[in-house]
Design a protein around this ligand. Structure first.
Ligand code: HEM
Ligand SMILES: [Cu+2]
Length: 656
């Protein structure tokens, strides 16, 4: 009997590791604490009505932001554990298997559950406001996207305590990730979590593309759109074309694992290199999905904090679109060693190098925008400026990697690790943080504390160089990635030690950001103007936080930098007739609990498939189908805000 219980337990719970027991205990305690607080303060109803069922893009953006910070914490803890293991030769801290699991979850979480939602957070917060829209094109679908992402993240994180984490790397290459070499359920968790979040990402891509194309305020032509919105156009186009290959790739690997097919085995006509090709057909464009919005943020921030319009607007747009297109012709640079031959390798090497041109154009335009500007060094600007030297190094090492023959040497070494962290942290993460600081007042009506923010910035930024610069050297000295330990006397010890110190500094920087947020919520300066940075784009014309219908009257756009133009006209005493026009009733979508329920059902289906419990998976799929059918019979999907209500609400903001 006891034996049976133990067998059952060891199948589902990860036994024998004190760190995981610690995690078990803290998950149970944290969940109990959340349930207690919600019950004690009677907040369940509030949580459900205001957040879990919301279709308001601003609230969805805030939930994405919270999830991003949580996942940055999870991925960051993984990073600290790995760097601690590598601090000295022969450290007994983590076992090889555990190290494998950690670099897999670290990479997966950082890319798919930190960088992606970070980008989605910013676009949800800013895009409809920047283009003068009341919502996204498909608000209900937007809620589905968020909850699909959220429950996929939960599914992946659950693998840590139930069943075991995936361990084949965030790229999950076949045949290593196939059934022969990887029995455990961890890999199933990876595949199902990514498939589920992929549905959400694909929908977000379509949703925002349509939003920007169809819902712009009158007068906002394409060439009058803010550059952040333009960067989202490029991003959504990449999402729409890049996610299908990933979905198919992971789906086929799932078939290989669950149904013993042979798409990616050597047997029966399968080909493992097909997995790698399809993975990077998504994977390389993916790095632009997460970095182009950061470019968009920098364009907004640099213009606002230099008090100048962006230099070379048209070339900024052209380079965004060029990067989006060329990013699809570079994927083979991830495996020049495949053996495709010099012709193929040369094509992909040259295509990769060409991306440096539009990227360089953007960097120079930011510099020219700053030139002779009246620069203010607030936190968003600090992160934007810090990005530039860093991206110059990251870009240069990227071009070095793109030289196919040289890559035979650099391939899978620490040089690569240093390069991609330099661009992913210095590009994407700096961009997400710059955007968070920039739009925080718009989201919450609170300005984040500058002083703690500066400490956080310096710890993070200096730590970042201390952590990753030594890794270029380590790579040259032959240290390869995914190595859980090394011998003394290789000449690697000192550099690894320095690198780990840098990682701890970054960890300190992250903790300071958390302290800053908590401090600012309690004591922070309120933003009563709605326009704390003297902004240039439309979102700053609204109160902070913006009312749920965004614009009481949709503005008419007469130029680029729409809000700046309006402010200048106001100063000169020019008024437009539509500003005095009578208010009209506004049509808004209803909140709905179905996106949440639907995603829970997907979570259950995913969990059941991880353990091949087909009956449960079947039941969950019936549930999914039923909720889709129910939606199509729902007619009461929106409501109207009356003119009285509107006048009341606008008066409360001191407008009208
Ligand atoms: C505090 C900051 C960070 C530190 C100290 C750190 C450290 C590390 C370490 C030690 C590895 C494993 C190297 C190996 O043994 O192969 C790694 C891998 C990786 N990291 Fe980070 N990281 C950080 C932040 C990030 C961020 C922000 C991202 C993405 C946005 C990221 C993406 C990745 C990826 C994709 C891998 C490859 C995983 C694999 O090989 O499967 N990291 N990182
Ligand atoms: Cu690439």
């Amino acid at each position: 009997m006891l034996q049976n219980v133990e067998n059952f337990a060891s199948h589902f719970f990860v036994l024998g590791d004190p760190m995981i027991y610690g995690a078990d205990v803290s998950i149970v305690l944290a969940s109990a604490a959340i349930v207690f607080v919600l019950t004690y303060y009677k907040k369940w109803g509030y949580l459900w009505r205001e957040w879990l069922t919301t279709v308001d893009h601003k609230k969805i953006g805030i939930m994405y932001m919270i999830a991003t910070l949580l996942m940055l914490f999870r991925g960051g803890v993984d990073a600290m554990l790995m760097r601690t293991q590598l601090i000295m030769p022969g450290m007994p801290f983590l076992k090889a298997q555990h190290y494998n699991e950690i670099f897999t979850t670290h990479g997966t979480i950082m890319i798919l559950f930190m960088a992606m939602p970070g980008v989605f957070a910013l676009m949800n917060i800013a895009v409809p406001l920047q283009i003068g829209a009341r919502d996204v094109a498909f608000p209900y679908l937007n809620a589905i996207s968020f909850w699909m992402f959220f429950f996929a993240a939960m599914l992946l994180n659950l693998s840590f305590v139930i069943g075991g984490s995936p361990d084949a790397g965030w790229t999950s290459y076949a045949p290593l990730a196939g059934l022969t070499f990887d029995k455990g359920p961890g890999e199933n968790f990876y595949l199902l979590a990514l498939e589920i979040t992929g549905i959400g990402s694909m929908a977000t891509g379509i949703n925002f593309f349509v939003t920007i194309m169809k819902l712009r305020a009158p007068g906002m032509t394409l060439m009058r759109m803010p550059l952040f919105t333009w960067s989202i156009v490029a991003t959504t186009v990449i999402i729409i074309f890049a996610f299908p290959p990933l979905t198919v790739d992971l789906g086929l690997l799932l078939f290989d694992r669950l149904a013993s097919s042979h798409f990616f085995t050597i047997f029966d006509g399968g080909n493992p290199m097909m997995y790698v090709n399809m993975f990077w057909m998504w994977g390389h464009p993916e790095v632009y999905i997460v970095v182009l919005p950061a470019f968009g943020v920098f364009s907004e921030v640099v213009a606002t904090f230099s008090k100048k319009r962006t230099f070379g607007y048209a070339s900024m747009v052209a380079s965004l679109l060029a990067i989006a297109v060329i990013s699809f012709f570079t994927w083979v640079h991830h495996f020049f060693t495949m053996g495709a031959g010099p012709g193929v390798n040369s094509f992909f090497a040259v295509a990769t190098m060409i991306i440096a041109i539009p990227t360089g154009v953007k960097v120079f335009n930011w510099l020219f925008t700053m030139y002779q500007g009246r620069i203010r060094m607030n936190l968003p600007m600090l992160w934007a400026v810090a990005f530039i030297p860093n991206f110059a190094i990251g870009g240069a090492t990227g071009v070095m990697l793109s030289v196919a023959p040289a890559d035979y040497q650099f391939h899978n070494s620490y040089f690569l690790i240093a390069h991609f962290h330099q661009v992913l942290i210095g590009g994407t993460l700096f961009g997400i943080l710059a955007g968070m600081y920039y739009w925080w007042p718009k989201m919450f009506g609170v300005i984040l504390d500058e002083k703690i923010g500066r400490w956080a910035f310096w710890f993070f930024n200096i730590g970042f160089y201390v952590c990753f610069l030594p890794q270029y050297w380590l790579g040259w000295m032959g240290m390869t990635r995914r190595m859980y330990t090394y011998l003394p006397g290789m000449g690697w010890t000192m550099w690894n030690f320095i690198s780990t110190m840098g990682a701890y500094m970054m960890g300190t920087g992250f903790i300071l950001i958390v302290i800053q947020i908590i401090y600012s919520i309690l004591y922070g300066e309120r933003d009563l103007t709605g326009d704390p940075w003297d902004g240039r784009t439309l979102e700053w014309s609204l109160p902070s936080p913006a009312p749920h219908y965004n614009f009481a009257r949709i503005p008419t756009i007469t130029g680029r930098d729409a809000w700046w133009t309006m402010k200048e006209e106001q100063r000169k005493g020019i008024t437009h007739s539509e500003e005095e026009a009578p208010l009209k009733p506004i049509h808004m979508p209803n909140d709905s609990g179905r996106p949440f329920v639907l995603s829970v059902l997907f979570f259950i289906a995913g969990f059941a498939l991880v353990f091949t419990w087909y009956p449960l998976a079947f039941v969950a799929f019936i549930g999914i189908l039923a909720s889709l059918v129910m939606r199509s019979f729902e007619y009461d999907t929106d409501h109207t805000i009356s003119v009285e209500e509107l006048r009341h609400s606008e008066a409360a903001y001191g407008r009208v």
